[in-house]
Write a protein that binds this ligand. Structure first.
Ligand code: DMJ
Length: 653
């Protein structure tokens, strides 16, 4: 029997007649089995197509690891659209539905790799740049160091040059040994009326001196009513005998020889310039250094020179500022220095740092120590070079930045003696210091162009410039300028003009006296509306024994010999006697417009140094302190003009 095949066989019929089954054809059952096999194969292949990994995109394990490290979760959770199932699917460009993970992962990966390359490249470039920058920084640092070294060297050279220049100037204006002495006493007028007036002034000096001696000896000033010592803040807290030192030369000039000797002995044996005290550099210079140097120049007594040098040395720390412009105050124990809090953001003041020149140059001359002259030439050079608004010098200058402070310009308080010292530096040098003369001429020109005014009543005055506008006011302090303009006329571009200007200012300042009840002038007077040459504000009505108006009368008398100047001076003497004299000295008054003004109980040291000296000289002959041989500092202490005096004995007198 034939073994049945594996596959089932099926009987076929043709016209109802069975035909024998041939083994060439498959039975139905076999066909189904074969179909099933193919179908299974198809399913397997189809599945493989979708589920087996894409070999084309395969990356190595280490590479994959690296990429995971780089991109982290982004590989698994790339940004983009997600279906509800979280599976990302996307239509390819041909509209086919492709696995978006694959496409986007690859694109993302490529992008990340590209980014990574870009980052690496940028990093490399940055690091190259950083290296370059580092090199540049090093180079820059070296350049800065070189520049700094250069600057230091330039500064050193400049200082050397300045030192040499100062020494050269000192040689030109040499006062090698005691040079002076001539015309320091005498001058007795032949006219008995004038002599009587001069004697009266000497008597006033005697009362001032004796009262100070009796009630305030060794203190800075006298309170003549309360009969005790007085000290203003400019002298710090120490008793420095300011009145003794300020009065020395006046005592000598008035031939009060006994009193001069008392004063000289006090200076030699009692005077101590020490203590932990903060002083005004300017006031100490003009009163103490100036007073002592003048006493030395008048007498040749070396003790005065030594004391002056000792004091000036203690002022030197104030000059240690970036510009060399000194501070206003110095502590003479610690050497620390500073400026007044109220002075335009910590500025130094023009009249203060600009009024050191005469004393410091003369001091270097007579001591041979150039350091003092160097300091003041440095100030002068700085001021010469700095830009000036409209050619004017504002009153405030910052010593650290070298910039001007508030643009307040005045020939009175805060500015005054700076202008005076420019002219007098030229005179003291025997007219060789032409830089000073030029600076003076330029400054005066700017003042003329901007500040000189004429009131409706025809009074000429020097106004102030403040906060962008003109202030029609003149200080008593500013009245010195009449004398200065007249003194500076010779050697100016137009001598007659400046003599006349001096005379006009003298007239205006005299008017400020004449228009008061007391015949003494107020601290400041204004030109406002109907007000001319009178104080308006209560705090400008006082008179504190100031000299400036009489100083101008002195120069005008010497230069013109017009009687009115002596007359005006004598009016002032009478007014002083009426309102300021007390039993024990002289006092300032609180209101010049009152017939019986209250006294302020202070006898200022400058009353003895200046006011009485100028008065005495107005009533003396011109051979006493002749102006071609002597230059007054701003406290009226005469210093000798270089090269015009015979050189006297080296011995102390
Ligand atoms: C003096 O100390 C000096 O004249 C100074 O220049 C200005 N003030 C007083 C007198 O008024």
């Amino acid at each position: 029997m034939a073994t049945p095949g594996v596959l089932p066989t099926f009987q076929r019929y043709v016209n109802g007649v069975p035909i024998p089954v041939s083994r060439k054809s498959l039975r139905m059952r076999e066909k189904y089995i074969i179909l099933l096999v193919f179908a299974t194969f198809g399913v397997v292949c189809f599945g493989a197509f979708f589920f087996l990994p894409d070999l084309r995109d395969r990356v190595s394990v280490p590479e994959m690891k690296k990429q995971i490290q780089i991109f982290g979760d982004d590989i698994f959770m790339p940004g983009g659209q997600k279906g509800a199932s979280g599976q990302m699917r996307h239509m390819d460009n041909h509209g086919g539905d492709v696995d978006i993970h694959k496409v986007e992962d690859k694109a993302k990966l490529d992008m990340k790799i590209a980014e990574e390359f870009a980052k690496q490249k940028a990093l490399k470039e940055l690091s190259e740049k950083a290296n370059l920058a580092k090199d540049d920084t090093l180079k820059f640092k070296e350049e800065i160091k070189e520049d700094k070294d250069k600057l230091i060297e330039q500064q050193r050279q400049r200082e050397m040059e300045m030192k040499e220049e100062a020494e050269k100037k000192l040689k030109e204006t040499v006062h090698k040994e005691h040079e002076g002495g001539d015309g320091t006493q005498g001058g007795e007028p032949s006219d008995p009326d004038v002599k009587q007036k001069r004697d009266k002034i000497k008597e006033m000096m005697k009362l001032s001196w004796e009262s100070y001696k009796k009630f305030a000896w060794g203190a800075n000033e006298l309170r003549p009513i309360s009969k005790r010592g007085h000290s203003a803040s400019i002298f710090g807290t120490s008793s420095l005998g300011a009145t003794i030192i300020d009065a020395l030369d006046t005592l000598h000039i008035m031939e009060m020889n006994e009193e001069f000797k008392e004063a000289r002995d006090w200076v030699a044996t009692q005077f101590q310039f020490e203590g932990s005290t903060e002083l005004s550099v300017f006031e100490t210079n003009i009163r103490f250094v100036g007073g002592l140097l003048s006493a030395y120049a008048l007498t040749g007594d070396k003790i005065f020179k030594e004391k002056a040098a000792g004091i000036a040395e203690k002022l030197l720390p104030a000059f240690k500022t970036p510009t060399g412009i000194p501070h206003s105050m110095v502590n003479i124990k610690s050497g620390s220095s500073r400026n007044w809090g109220w002075a335009s953001g910590g500025a130094s003041i023009l009249s203060e740092f600009g009024s050191m020149h005469l004393e410091f140059v003369y001091l270097s001359n007579v001591t041979g120590n150039a350091v003092f002259a160097e300091k003041v030439y440095k100030i002068r050079d700085f001021l010469n070079e700095i830009e000036k608004p409209n050619g004017l010098y504002p009153n405030y200058l910052n010593p650290r930045t070298g910039k001007w402070g508030q643009h307040h310009v005045a020939i009175g308080a805060l500015g005054d003696s700076f202008y005076e010292y420019l002219l007098k530096a030229w005179l003291l040098s025997g007219k060789t210091d032409t830089t000073a003369r030029k600076m003076y001429d330029d400054a005066v020109k700017a003042i003329e162009e901007n500040l000189i005014k004429v009131s409706p009543g025809g009074l000429k005055y020097v106004a102030e410039y403040k906060s962008g506008r003109i202030e029609n006011k003149m200080d008593h302090l500013g009245c010195f300028c009449g004398g200065m303009f007249a003194l500076g006329a010779e050697g100016s571009p137009d001598p007659e003009k400046y003599k006349k200007l001096g005379a006009d200012i003298a007239h205006t300042c005299h008017e400020s006296y004449d228009r008061s009840e007391t015949k003494l002038g107020p601290e400041a007077f204004r030109f406002d509306g109907n007000t001319e040459a009178k104080a308006v504000r209560q705090n400008e009505k006082y008179y504190i024994l100031r000299p400036e108006v009489l100083e101008t009368h002195f120069y005008m008398w010497r230069l013109t010999k017009e009687q009115k100047y002596r007359d005006w001076a004598w009016e002032a003497v009478q007014a002083l006697e009426r309102h300021c004299r007390t039993e024990n000295g002289y006092s300032g008054i609180r209101d010049v417009y009152q017939s019986h003004p209250q006294q302020d109980d202070v006898q200022q040291s400058f009353f003895l140094a200046e006011t009485l000296k100028y008065l005495y000289l107005i009533f003396s002959d011109d051979d006493l302190i002749p102006l071609d041989k002597w230059v007054f500092n701003t406290e009226a202490h005469p210093l000798p003009v270089a090269g015009t005096h015979k050189i006297q004995s080296k011995q102390d007198r």
